[in-house]
Design a protein. Structure first.
Lengths: 446, 508
């Protein structure tokens, strides 16, 4: 059986010095271990439980370029303006391929106690801080994490100081732009200190010029006691973009974490959400929305592990699949024996809008404790024919009626976004997505 | 445990009841005490019958398979089938994907054939080995003539061989064939050959391949066109000899417009060793026919420390081949140390219906990974899944199910509901549903809940003068009712009793 890791291992063997040179010691520290892990394994493929519908091995098999020697690839920043959220001023930074570029507004307006900077720069300026947190949540034994660790040379470092609450969202725009097929090992490290609060928004874009892109993304989030973080992730990339995003969250006592992930345009995407609840009275919300047409493939996998008593978690994922699109959802709730009085809920609802679209769903519960309230539900179906008829009978054309119903279907995921302007923006994006005008002519690169 | 009988059991449960009423352990609430009691119920079918048995030496190779085949006087094609299966089995590995901790099984240490020594075929009941009759008596099986009145045809399978089939003449009048598998091979080779392995191929999985290679007996049922079987058909399985496994095979064919309700029960003696039970059930349902298959599985489950017990690795599958055909699985699973079982329906006929109703109770160190597969390939096919898991003690109880709607199957409908009830804080209840929808017109729903018996419900009962103990019984019974209601009357009573014994001490 082919092993797509071979090419990466060979590359690292040949160029490990160059990789180290383009980064910082605090990040280089883990590369040796990552290499050892990868030498004895392979990336998961369809024969592995949990990866039946998305082969990571195939995703990483093509020959992508990696910008190891840190060549400055000119990046079209105009794409970032697509992410302009009206009535919402954000602290914006851009990750061009895998290089972090702060904007002027970010540098000027960053409040005291808040850090948003290049991970490499942070690793040079504050090595102890990074050494302590980097790789502490994402297990290096995971092949995807190990591969990312092996090649991650830069990334985003966000730290919210103790007791700091920022109203202004922090926005990071990931842009892919290259003339040749390119892979980016993106790394995000977020530390929310005690009683801090922040909203963080990530947007993924690809220049739609036929180049193939592959994003390997590992996000580590540490929430200390009482911290509250809302994490939004909107993917509007291209049909030639593959994304493997693994999020690892470590929650301490009384912290609150909410993730809202929307996949609107993409090629092939696998998102993993891993949340470990290690303290009492935590709340966790994982929400996801996927709208797919053509040959888009979206696979969301969540794993919420309750390791401490009296916490609640809630998951809601919704999919609308059209044309030849395929969707997969695997949700898992694990309640360990140490976590009595847990409340954990999970729900997955899907609409299949065409004959060739397909949906695979696998909601799971692993309960080792009797003092729990847990449930999950999953539905797959189509738009209500009666509702469609009702609207048509009142003069609404079928296409429009369908769009309206689909939008209505998505509304409860959109409504979990508490930032009003972002919620409006998301609603607008979904509307455009259903009108097929999301990749609109006014934007560059269409 | 030879002497344990129902009266003793009742007495001991009575004692326990009193004890729990009088002196609840300090630091424990009354309901904790009751839940503790749940894990201490005893197995009442744990006796061994002294029946002369012929056992072949342990081990598995082609010669053993030839020996089994020759002992049964089988035709050449069946031996070929066995050998093909065996050769395929050699290429397979034991599956590890289930949420089970299966100790290593030495397949060479098992004897693959054990049968009560047959004297010249008994014609009347009097001629059947009286010890055998006593065995079935103890099991409460209506095998004896006096119970013929209860109107049930029984095929009893002890260890590997079918020992007695009742009511055959009456059924034959209607053209119904109900006999042991080996008789069917002799008397109706064409029918057997036509259907054997058509639903569960020997290539299907590890245990199916093993069964196909070494299966010794089982039941064969054929209901001809337009016949409604007037009585419940029933099979009792019992493993008696030590060091053996049981590998029976059931094949049910319901021709056009036929109807049959089939019941299956299983028990085994208490032993420190683990015994393997790897069966195959194949069902074929033709146009407008209906088959109802009910199981009350009560294999020995091992003691409180998890010593001994049966490994129940069974492949059950039905093919709803005809339009408007219907297959309904109902199971009450209380026994076995480890259960690995997914009775499935392939709904390939238009408007065909598949149903699965299950209550699975695990306690002590029992492990169960059970559920169903509903594979919709026919248009407008519908399926319903209701699964109720109850875990107690240190047991692990998992539901694992697949609902698949094929691309060409328009208008399919599925509703799945699986609930888990946890009694005690050391047990686990898990749910692994797989839903694969490849067609836009399908409506598929899945819902699952996990909780313990709600304090509110207990309080409500207490408030109305129902002691906690009875309230627990009431709630558990109510919880399982939806499935129990689907069992045929004769079985419902037994299943109810079984559930009570399983939850011994908590049921008044």
């Amino acid at each position: 059986m082919s092993n797509s890791l071979e090419q990466y291992l060979n590359l690292y063997r040949d160029l490990s010095a160059t990789v180290d040179q383009g980064s910082a010691p605090a990040l280089n520290r883990l590369r040796g271990e990552a290499f050892d892990v990868l030498s004895g394994t392979r990336l998961p493929n369809r024969s592995d439980e949990g990866f039946e519908k998305t082969s990571i091995d195939d995703m990483f098999a093509p020959d992508f370029g990696l910008n190891i020697s840190r060549i400055n690839i000119p990046v079209d920043l105009a794409a970032s303006f697509r992410c302009d959220v009206p009535n919402l001023s954000t602290l914006m930074g851009v990750v061009a391929n895998d290089k972090f570029i702060p904007t002027d507004t970010l540098l000027r307006n960053l409040p005291e106690g808040v850090t948003v900077m290049s991970l490499t720069k942070a690793a040079i300026e504050r090595p102890d801080e990074i050494a302590q947190a980097y790789g502490s949540v994402a297990p290096i034994t995971n092949p995807g994490v190990a591969l990312n660790t092996l090649f991650a040379q830069d990334g985003v470092y966000i730290r919210i100081g103790r007791g700091v609450r920022i109203d202004k969202p922090i926005q990071i725009v990931n842009i892919f732009s290259s003339a040749t097929p390119l892979m980016a090992a993106r790394r995000v490290l977020i530390v929310a200190e005690e009683d801090s609060q922040a909203n963080i928004l990530f947007c993924d874009h690809s220049r739609n010029d036929g180049s193939k892109y592959l994003s390997s993304q590992v996000v580590e989030i540490i929430l200390h006691r009482g911290a509250a973080v809302q994490y939004f992730d909107i993917e509007e990339s291209s049909a030639d973009t593959s994304r493997y995003c693994q999020m690892f969250v470590d929650q301490h006592e009384a912290s609150s974490f909410k993730s809202n992930s929307s996949t609107l345009l993409n090629g092939s995407t696998r998102n993993e959400f891993n949340v470990n609840i290690n303290g009492q009275h935590c709340s966790t919300g994982l929400y996801g929305m996927a709208i797919a047409s053509n040959k888009q493939h979206i696979d969301n996998s969540s794993n919420v592990v309750h390791c401490a008593p009296r916490s609640t978690s809630n998951q809601l994922f919704k999919y609308v699949l059209d044309d030849n699109a395929s969707g997969a959802f695997e949700g898992n709730i694990e309640v360990t024996p140490n976590a009595p009085f847990t409340e954990a809920y999970q729900s997955n609802n899907n609409i299949i809008a065409s004959t060739d679209a397909r949906m695979y769903t696998k909601p799971q519960l692993l309960i080792y404790n009797d003092e729990v309230k847990c449930s999950h539900g999953a539905t797959t179906g189509q738009l209500n024919a009666e509702a469609l008829f009702y609207m048509q009978a009142r003069g609404i054309p079928q296409a429009e009626a369908r769009t309206m119903l689909m939008q209505a279907f998505m509304i409860d995921v959109i409504n979990t976004v508490t930032l009003e302007s972002l919620r409006d923006r998301l609603r607008h994006l979904v509307e455009k997505r259903f009108d097929n005008t999301l990749a609109c002519p006014t934007c560059k690169g269409c | 445990m030879k002497d344990s009988n129902k009266n003793n059991n009742q007495a001991s449960s009575e004692e326990e009841k009193n004890r729990s009423k009088e002196e609840p352990k300090s630091g424990q609430t009354n309901s904790d005490q009751i839940i503790d009691d749940v894990t201490n119920g005893e197995y009442k079918y744990g006796f061994v019958s002294d029946i002369e048995t012929e056992i072949i030496p342990a081990g598995l190779n082609e010669d053993v398979i030839r020996l089994i085949s020759s002992k049964k006087g089988e035709p050449e094609w069946l031996l070929e089938f066995r050998l093909k299966a065996y050769r395929h089995w050699l290429t397979l590995e034991q599956p590890t994907w289930a949420h089970l901790n299966i100790p290593e099984i030495d397949f060479q240490a098992i004897s693959y054939y054990a049968a009560p020594v047959k004297k010249e075929g008994p014609k009347l009941l009097d001629e059947v080995d009286p010890e055998l009759l006593r065995t079935f008596d103890r099991l409460g099986i209506p095998l004896e003539e006096q119970k013929v009145l209860s109107g049930m045809a029984v095929d009893a399978v002890m260890d590997s061989a079918s020992v007695k089939t009742t009511h055959r003449e009456k059924l034959a009048e209607l053209g119904i064939i109900f006999c042991s598998f080996s008789e069917a091979v002799k008397d109706y080779p064409d029918l057997v050959r036509k259907y054997l392995g058509k639903v569960v191929s020997y290539r299907d999985n590890f245990y199916a391949a093993l069964n196909s290679a070494v299966f010794s007996d089982g039941s064969f049922v054929y209901i001809p066109k337009g016949v409604r079987c007037p009585m419940e058909l029933s099979t009792y399985f019992r493993i008696n000899s030590s060091g053996t496994g049981q590998f029976e095979r059931t094949l049910i064919v319901a021709d056009d417009d036929a109807y049959v309700s089939y019941l299956e029960g299983c028990t085994a003696p208490m032993r420190d060793e683990n015994q393997l039970h790897a069966a195959i059930v194949e069902i074929i349902v033709e146009n407008r026919a209906e088959v109802k298959y009910s199981t009350v599985q009560n294999w020995y489950a091992g003691d409180a420390e998890g010593r001994g017990g049966i490994y129940n690795f069974v492949t059950k599958r039905g093919l709803c081949r005809g339009d408007h055909s219907k297959l309904s699985w109902t199971q009450v699973e209380t026994g076995s140390a480890i259960t690995w079982k997914y009775p499935s329906c392939i709904l390939s006929g238009e408007n065909s219906i598949g149903e699965f109703y299950s209550v699975a109770v695990t306690r002590n160190r029992q492990q169960a990974d059970t559920g169903t597969k509903m594979i919709h390939t026919g248009r407008n096919s519908r399926s319903t899944i209701v699964s109720k898991g109850i875990s107690a003690g240190h047991s692990e109880n998992s539901y694992r199910g697949l609902v698949k709607i094929a691309a060409n199957a328009d208008g399919c409908r599925n509703h799945t509901q699986c609930d888990s009830l946890l009694l005690g804080s050391h047990c686990g209840a898990h749910t692994f549903p797989y839903v694969e929808v490849l067609n836009e017109s399908a409506i598929v729903e899945h819902e699952a809940t996990t909780s313990k018996i709600s304090e509110d419900q207990l309080f409500y009962c207490n408030q109305r003068g129902i002691p906690t103990e009875e309230a627990v019984a009431l709630i558990v019974n109510g919880y399982a009712k939806e499935v129990m209601n689907k069992l045929p009357m004769e079985f419902a009573v037994e299943a109810q009793r079984l559930l009570e014994i399983s939850l011994e001490g908590s049921v008044g």
